[in-house]
Design a protein around this ligand. Structure first.
Ligand code: DC
Length: 205
């Protein structure tokens, strides 16, 4: 049986993780948020002052726990203002992007029935052959309001804007709308409506 792969890309706070988790559970697929890997690497760099990543182990998925060269990193420490910024900064480095690329490919190859994976370059670079590519968008005001409502990740409008600009303008794998993606505006839609739209598009592929 062939595996299903759905990519969700878009700017910060647009709802990719919320939608992705619902969609994955609805379709019986695994879900993964690629930003977590950049966040773990940023925290590892903060702690060790190096980008040495000889052994990278994902111990648990939700909430994420990773072990990098003997250091354990937990999801609850990955959403600080410092890591929000630093993860976006280190994501500009080609060596780091290559490591994340390889981990994600490995995860998909090892998934049972497939994955819903979210990020900034999932459909454009990492999984060019995905079955369905979604690009979610919403205004900066809406995205920032959503961020404020999230207990674990309060990010100011200014920080969110700076991060988005860095992610959009970087040289390697910037945030773009993949050529063959379906663009959905997530301004005033319920999760149920979005899931319905995405599932209808999946059937059409
Ligand atoms: O999705 P997130 O907010 O957890 O991502 C944190 C940062 O990681 C984001 O600002 C840029 C980087 N990132 C990336 O460059 N490419 C991805 N596919 C996912 C995240």
């Amino acid at each position: 049986m062939s595996k299903t792969l759905i990519t969700l890309d878009g700017p910060s706070g647009v709802g990719k993780t919320t939608i992705g988790k619902h969609l994955a559970s609805d379709l019986n697929l695994e879900f993964f948020s690629s930003g977590l890997l950049y966040r773990v690497i940023a925290l590892h760099n903060e702690k060790t002052n190096s980008f040495n990543l000889n052994e990278f182990e994902i111990i648990s998925n939700d909430p994420i726990v990773c072990k990098v060269d003997g250091n354990v990193y937990k999801e609850k420490n990955l959403y600080t203002p410092e890591i929000n910024t630093k993860s976006s900064e280190i994501a500009q480095l080609s060596e780091i992007r290559m490591i994340v690329f390889n981990i994600l490919q490995f995860m998909f190859n090892n998934s049972k029935s497939g994955m819903v994976v979210e990020g900034r370059d999932m459909g454009s670079v990492v999984f060019k052959n995905a079955d369905l590519k979604i690009y979610l968008d919403a205004s900066e005001v809406t995205r920032s309001e959503r961020r404020k409502a999230q207990s674990g990740n309060k990010e100011s409008v200014e920080d969110l804007r700076a991060r988005d600009l860095r992610d959009i303008n970087r040289k390697i794998s910037p945030l773009i709308i993949p050529d063959d993606a379906i663009v959905i505006n997530n301004e005033n839609k319920s999760i149920e409506e979005l899931i319905k739209i995405i599932k209808e598009n999946l059937k059409l592929q």
